[in-house]
Design a protein around this ligand. Sequence first.
Ligand SMILES: Cc1cc2nc3c(=O)[nH]c(=O)nc-3n(C[C@H](O)[C@H](O)[C@H](O)COP(=O)(O)O)c2cc1C
Length: 208
Amino acid sequence: MSELGRTAFRDRFMSAGPILNVMNKISIGPRPYMAAMPTVLVGATVGGEPNFMTASWAGVACMEPPMVSVAINKARHTEKGIAENKVFSLNIPAARNAVESDFCGIVSGKNEDKASNFEVFYGKLASAPMIETFPVNIECELYHTADLGSHNLHIGKVVDVHADESCLTNGAPDTMKVDPIVYSNKNYYRVGETLGKAYSIGKGMRRL
Ligand SMILES: Cc1cc2nc3c(=O)[nH]c(=O)nc-3n(C[C@H](O)[C@H](O)[C@H](O)COP(=O)(O)O)c2cc1C
């Protein structure tokens, strides 16, 4: 980025004043806060039937071997399926899938067959159901479960990732084409404007 570009970036996105002013901080108590989270649907087979539940407490856990994680409340129907089969899937909805994604977060598979709303497919793992109409699907073998209290943190080893061809650029999922749903403060959002290139725009601050 040019010096002109850097100045424009600072003027637009960064405060001109001191960055740290601890006196302005208010303690809001311990809570599992994250400003923005993904929205995924966890797929599992429960009692022989496919089930999907919405989860935002999900993320990347390891690069090599590739692993992802999801925190699931022990009361969820999905928990039974993961315990039974030791596999699950993470299905990434597009913005166009927001309504059915929310539905799977307010209704339990204990009471309703949520999977009948989707075209379900399977990849390498027979008990990890996936949603055909979602742009990206991640098949996972359960690697480890950490019992943390209300929630179990499941770490899944990624066995395969299935992506719609229309969402790829040079063979990799393209965020703007995937059009994922961001969850924050009980609202759903789309990915917004680009701030700059990661691993790059900070380089100008190097002293050496
Ligand atoms: C946006 C959203 C995010 C959610 N994230 C999680 C989560 O990360 N972990 C969890 O245990 N429940 C989460 N829930 C709640 C479950 O999706 C919900 O209790 C669901 O009905 C459980 O389905 P099941 O009983 O069929 O497993 C979320 C719900 C919504 C709407």
